[in-house]
Design a protein around this ligand. Structure first.
Ligand code: KG4
Ligand code: ZN
Length: 339
């Protein structure tokens, strides 16, 4: 029997420096350093992000190897995020991965960040894997996509956002209510005790199975401004109800398109991926639709929803198994389509 593959995965596309070690499809370690420097800015500041990656990359990789009880010489390959993402951030992780791979004389495997969010489902964590083909709603801070996934290498975009991403919509709404970045998890937490029917916001009309969140952003801004003029403490007094109503609107925009695509494709295996799949309201809405329409659903554990090294390592593992290991000359790329 061949020796099991040991892969180090490195993620640095946005504001998390992350590394993980896997043995075949089993996680041995998964370490993430989340950058707190962006909190006061209401969004990720690219220059600060790449500087923070430079500080964290060595300690994070070191910790991932130690936790896995591995030496660099035990590795068979190093997978890294090639894109899409912030170029300055991608450069730190990709240069580090390529130099380390070159010094160890092992392959450096370029990984697509959005594929990795989807393939996080195939980490051997005791949960059942989605069977191919399945529909995946990938919702993160930078992307919102409806995908048909036919194999670890075959992704077809059925719909995507034409402006802001779902995570961005959560974060921008949070910022308007004075919450620190990233506001998505905070809106989710406050929404748990609020009334989703207390404030109403408009849902956009979009062609096909695409999404749009920029109109909602303006709608929320105007609504808050109008009410603040009447009562300066309006947001403070209504934080939970506003959060619940905003979460409900974003989740329904996502679910209506998901429901339509599942019907059209006739595929009842439905998965969530990306940072926003940690959202409790979205998870509950998916479960409700599953009960109503007989879908089987797949949601990653919380630690594999937001950016992490394990999803990069598992994707690298599948790339190696398919024979696609890339070359050291491939530059990182801010834009890169999944299909
Ligand atoms: O996938 P991810 O870690 O990074 C990107 O690739 O963008 O996603 C980060 C996004 C942020 O917008 C964050 O606010 C959002 O995911 N997020 C959430 C929750 N947890 C993370 N949004 C809503 N509810 C949550 N519980
Ligand atoms: Zn991501």
């Amino acid at each position: 029997m061949p020796r099991p593959l040991i892969v180090l995965g490195i993620e640095s596309s946005c504001d998390d420096t992350a590394a993980a070690v896997i043995k075949e499809d089993t996680i041995l370690s998964n370490i993430t350093a989340t950058q707190s420097v962006h909190k006061g800015y209401g969004g990720v500041v690219p220059e600060l992000a790449s500087r923070a990656h430079q500080k964290s990359i060595i300690p994070v990789v070191d910790a991932a190897l130690k936790r896995a009880k591995m030496n660099p010489e035990d590795l068979d390959a190093i997978a890294y995020t090639r894109g899409p993402g912030l170029l300055g951030s991608l450069l730190v992780g990709s240069s580090f991965a390529k130099s380390m791979a070159q010094s160890l004389e092992i392959p450096a495997v370029p990984v697509h960040h959005m594929k990795a969010h989807v393939l996080a489902h195939f980490i051997n964590d005791g949960n059942p894997n989605p069977p191919f083909p399945f529909i995946c709603l990938t919702v993160s801070g930078g992307h919102t996509q409806l995908l048909k996934v036919s194999s670890p290498q075959e992704f077809k975009i059925l719909g995507e956002t034409i402006d802001d991403a779902a995570g961005e919509a959560f974060d921008k709404a949070a910022k308007m209510m004075g919450l620190p970045y990233p506001g998505g998890p905070e809106v989710d937490r406050l929404a748990e005790v609020g009334n989703p029917g207390s404030h109403s916001f408009t849902k956009p009309k979009v062609d096909g199975y695409n999404f749009s969140f920029s109109g909602l952003k303006t709608n929320i801004l105007n609504y808050l401004e109008r009410n603040r003029r009447k009562d300066p403490d309006f947001v403070k007094k209504n934080l939970e109800d506003l959060s619940a109503s905003i979460r409900h609107t974003i989740v329904e925009i996502l679910m209506e398109q998901l429901e339509a695509v599942v019907k059209e494709q006739g595929i009842k295996h439905v998965a969530l991926a990306g940072g926003v799949s940690a959202n409790k309201g979205l998870r509950k809405a998916l479960q409700d639709r599953a009960d109503q329409f007989g879908w089987s659903t797949y949601v990653p554990p919380f630690e594999f929803c937001t950016d992490n090294g394990a999803m990069i390592a598992i994707t690298g593992y599948y790339e190696i198994k398919s024979g696609a290991i890339g070359s050291l000359h491939m530059p990182p790329t801010a834009r890169w389509t999944i299909d």
